[in-house]
Design a protein around this ligand. Structure first.
Ligand code: NAD
Length: 403
C-alpha cells in the first residue's frame, strides 16, 4: 500500500520537499496543506510593503506546482499536529492522517513581549501584512495633504537586521511615488531606523556592513543605533536613550514597522514539540527527537552548525536545502533504507538595498554595489526554479539586468 506523506506549508522548505517527493516513481500519496492558495517569495515582501513591487510579481498559484497524479492540495489553516495519533488538526475541516509528516510552517513576527507592539506597529511577514504596510503608507500620504502634519511623512523601521535593512532600501526607492501622492518632494519623506545594538549585520564583516549602512545614510536614512525599543505607543516609538541613566526618549511617526526578528510558527509549540521561540532542535536527519516519521524544516527548525556551535540562521537557502533533504530521507525510509545526516555549507548571503544596489558574501568573496544586485536577482531566480520550476522562474524571475 502506498505511504501517505503530508507536507504542512508551501513556502521554500515545503515546496522544495514536494518537488523532491513528486520526482519519485514509486507510489507515494502526498497531501500539501497551506492556508493560502499561493506561494510567496518571502525574501521579497519588503518590496511589496514599500510599493515598488506588486504582490502578483512575487507569488504564484500552488496548484501550478502540484502533480495531480500523486498530490492533493488542501487550502486550510493548520491548528496542531497530534503526533500520538499521527493526525493533523485543521480549522473547520476534518483531520488528516499521515504516515510521514513534514512541518514547514515558516515564521511569525516576534514582539519579545514589548508593550504596544501588537497594537501600534505594523508587521511585515507575509503578503497581507506587506500590502497593509503599503496601504497604510499611501493613507498617510493622503492624510498629509489635509493635515500638513510632518509625522504623516515619517516612517520608522524598528530593528536593523536583514529584513529592516532591505526594507529601508526599498523605502528609499519607493519615496518618490509616496512623495507624489503627498504632493511633496521625496526628501520630505523621513526614514528612521531604531536599533538596539551598534554592531549591525553580524553575519558580515564590519566593513561590509558599514558599506550598506553608509549607502542608506547617504540616501537620507537616519539611524538611531544602540537604542533598544522599550515600548510602542500610538504613533510613538519609546527607546532607551541612555543606558547609564536609563533615560527614555520618544520618536513620533505615523508609520511604525516592526522588523526586530522572527520566531517559528506557533503551531509547533501548540503541537507539543519541544521548541524555543517556535524552533525545534531536530536530529541530524531533520526528524523530531521523539518521532522519526516527523520532519521539522525551514524556520520552525534549528540545526546545529558544528563550526560555530550555534544553530544556523534561518534563511531561504537553508530552508530549500532542508526541503530537498527531508524529501530524500522520506523516500529512503519508505524503501526501508536508513536516513542520512543533513549537512549545510552556506553559499553566502546578499542583502539588497533597493533594486540596483546590494552587498553581501558569495562563497568567501565579499561583493557590493550593482554587481551584487545582479547576484541577488540570480539568487531569487534560482529559488523560484527550485520551488516552482522553469515555468514560474520565467514568469516571475528577475531578468532586468539583461539590457
Ligand atoms: P534579525 O534577528 O536578523 O534582526 C533583528 C534586528 O532587530 C537585530 O539587529 C536586533 O538587534 C534588533 N532588535 C531586536 N530587538 C530590538 C529592540 N527591542 N529594539 C531595537 N532593535 C531590536 O531579524 P530579521 O531581520 O527579521 O531576520 C530574521 C531571519 O531571517 C534572520 O536569520 C535573517 O538572516 C533572515 N533573513 C534573511 C534574508 C536573506 O537572506 N535575504 C532576508 C531577511 C531575513
Amino acid at each position: 500500500m502506498s505511504k501517505h506523506v503530508v507536507i504542512l506549508g508551501a513556502g521554500y522548505a515545503g515546496l522544495r520537499a514536494l518537488h523532491e517527493l513528486q520526482k519519485e516513481d514509486q507510489e507515494i500519496k502526498i497531501t500539501l496543506i497551506d492556508q493560502n492558495d499561493y506561494h510567496f517569495e518571502a525574501t521579497a515582501i519588503h518590496e511589496v510593503a514599500a510599493g515598488i513591487q506588486t504582490s502578483e510579481r512575487i507569488t504564484y498559484p500552488i496548484e501550478d506546482v502540484v502533480k495531480k497524479s500523486c498530490t492533493t492540495f488542501i487550502q486550510a489553516t493548520v491548528e496542531k499536529v497530534d503526533s500520538s495519533k499521527q493526525v493533523v488538526c485543521l480549522k473547520d475541516r476534518e483531520e488528516v492522517s499521515y504516515d510521514y509528516l513534514i512541518v514547514a510552517l515558516g515564521y511569525e513576527s516576534e514582539s519579545f513581549g514589548i508593550k504596544g507592539v501588537e497594537e501600534f506597529s505594523l508587521k511585515m511577514v507575509d503578503i497581507p501584512t506587506s500590502e497593509k504596510v503599503y496601504q497604510h503608507l499611501v493613507q498617510q500620504m493622503e492624510n498629509y495633504k489635509e493635515t500638513k502634519d510632518e509625522n504623516n511623512l515619517k516612517i520608522v523601521v524598528c530593528g536593523a537586521g536583514f529584513t529592516g535593512i532591505e526594507l529601508l532600501g526599498s523605502l528609499v526607492e519607493g519615496k518618490k511615488k509616496l512623495a507624489d501622492i503627498a504632493g511633496v518632494s521625496p526628501d520630505k519623506i523621513q526614514l528612521y531606523c531604531v536599533e538596539a545594538v551598534t554592531r549591525l549585520l553580524p553575519m558580515f564583516s564590519e566593513k561590509l556592513g558599514d558599506y550598506g549602512i553608509r549607502h542608506l545614510k547617504d540616501w537620507g536614512v537616519k539611524f538611531l543605533l544602540g537604542k533598544p525599543i522599550k515600548e510602542i505607543k500610538q504613533d510613538t516609538v519609546v527607546y532607551l536613550d541612555n543606558q547609564e541613566t536609563n533615560e527614555l526618549a520618544e520618536l513620533k511617526a505615523k508609520t511604525i514597522i516592526w522588523t526586530t526578528g522572527v520566531s517559528g510558527s506557533h503551531v509547533v509549540g501548540d503541537s507539543g514539540f519541544s521548541e524555543k521561540r517556535g524552533r525545534v532542535m531536530v536530529k541530524a536527519d531533520l526528524t523530531d527527537s521523539e518521532h522519526n516519521n516527523v520532519y521539522i524544516i525551514g524556520d520552525c527548525s534549528a540545526v546545529m552548525d558544528k563550526e560555530t556551535n550555534r544553530p544556523y540562521p534561518t534563511t531561504a537557502q537553508i530552508a530549500l536545502k532542508m526541503g530537498a533533504h527531508a524529501g530524500k530521507n522520506i523516500k529512503a525510509q519508505i524503501k526501508g533504507q536508513s536516513t542520512t545526516e543533513f549537512s549545510f555549507r552556506s553559499q553566502g548571503s546578499v542583502a539588497s538595498i533597493g533594486n540596483s544596489h546590494a552587498f553581501g558574501v558569495v562563497g568567501k568573496k565579499e561583493i557590493k554595489g550593482y554587481p551584487a544586485s545582479v547576484i541577488k536577482k540570480v539568487i531569487l531566480d534560482r529559488s523560484l526554479l527550485e520551488t516552482g520550476g522553469v515555468k514560474e522562474m520565467l514568469a516571475k524571475g528577475r531578468f532586468d539586468f539583461y539590457h
